[in-house]
Design a protein around this ligand. Structure first.
Ligand code: FNR
Length: 340
């Protein structure tokens, strides 16, 4: 447990020191500029439905942290941001709180700040039993449970899991038993279409493809423990734009797709929505603004981002999120090569 506590802080610190900038391939997406927009920016409608409720933007603060005093402060600030902008927020892995009651408060604070009206997602890894899932959800009165798939990260950790057998069955049991929806997510290496098919077959209807191009857990873990040097694998993973394109192309009925991994700007958010994401998640970039500049600095970043999403909607001639999905986009470069 001690190791887990240090790990949480190291993840945040190492993320901030990480240097390897991946490419989610959003730069390979071309959107048309419409000079004749019959649109009033004041009437742009960015509302969308998420987990059965209306939210003002298809943007969420994705899973990061919790479990220690240091991370409790971060969760307090992240949930304050979520409250200000009415964004859904996922907490970081709650395993630590299942093992140590003193860690519970660092997660509870998120629900308290966001209030009953907001959307909060619980988070656990794939080693979970149904009773763990229930406890993680109950602790923060969660609207859904995220289960993260992170085999690459585990294999890079000296203390990480080595045997992943039985994970599909465990997820199936939890998905079947839980009263709230289960969302299965990656942590920045991307989710292949075949994985989404397997998850869909066991009843999962929410996925976050969390692709390559942002937070890089090979690098983050490398900075913690150097038993094996992972430097030559820093480019491993499915770029977010490509993973998202493949997920949307499956056209699975009732499948809700979240796009995360390397979302930094309003243009990334808009491009993810144009490709067909139902929700867009940001983790690392918000953390950077928060730690380097504080709560108000991070708040200005989000305010600017959300304003520029509306600017871009005018410039592609889309009055609402549905029209954004109909914008004809073109792929170039490496993304186009992969799509062929
Ligand atoms: C994460 N992420 C993560 N995901 C998860 O499901 N449970 C977790 O506990 C964590 N912990 C965590 C800590 C830190 C410091 C970071 C930066 C990220 C992964 C996160 O939710 C997301 O999938 C990836 O970070 C990719 O998105 P970004 O960071 O590129 O926007």
């Amino acid at each position: 447990m001690h190791v887990r506590k240090y790990r949480k802080r190291e993840h945040v610190e190492n993320y901030l020191r990480a240097e390897h900038q991946g490419d989610p391939l959003f730069g390979d997406i071309f959107l048309p500029h419409i000079s004749l927009p019959e649109v009033n920016i004041g009437e742009i409608d960015t509302t969308t439905r998420y987990l059965g409720r209306e939210v003002p933007f298809p943007l969420m603060i994705n899973a990061m942290t919790g479990g220690t005093d240091f991370t409790e402060d971060i969760n307090a600030d992240l949930s304050e941001l979520a409250r200000r902008f009415a964004l859904p927020m996922a907490v970081g892995s709650e395993t630590i709180a299942l093992e140590d009651p003193s860690a519970e408060e660092s997660f509870r604070i998120v629900r308290r700040n966001i209030g009953e009206a907001g959307i909060v997602l619980a988070n656990l890894n794939g080693n979970l039993r149904v009773e763990d899932a229930r406890r993680a959800v109950d602790l923060i009165d969660a609207d859904a449970l995220q289960i993260h798939l992170n085999p690459a990260q585990e294999l890079a950790m000296s203390e990480g899991d080595r045997d992943f057998r039985g994970i599909t069955e465990r997820i199936a049991r939890v998905t079947e038993a839980l009263e709230v929806p289960v969302m299965v997510k990656e942590v920045g290496f991307g989710m292949d279409a075949s994985v989404i098919e397997s998850l869909y077959a066991i009843g999962v209807r929410y996925v976050d493809i969390s692709g390559f191009g942002g937070t890089n857990f090979f690098e983050v873990e490398d900075m913690r423990c150097s038993t094996v040097d992972m430097t030559d694998l820093y480019d491993w993973g499915i770029p977010t734009a490509y993973a998202l394109y493949n997920a949307v192309a499956l056209q699975k009925e009732g499948l809700h797709i979240t796009a995360s991994g390397g979302i930094r700007s309003s243009l990334d958010v808009v491009k993810a929505l144009v490709i067909g994401a139902d929700m867009v998640g940001i983790s690392g970039e918000i953390l950077k603004y928060l730690i380097h500049g504080g709560l108000d600095y991070a708040s200005v970043y989000l305010e600017d981002l959300l304003y520029k999403v509306r600017v871009l909607m005018v410039l592609v001639g889309a009055k609402d999120i549905q029209e954004l999905r109909e914008v004809p986009w073109r792929a170039t470069g490496r993304l186009l090569e992969l799509m062929r």
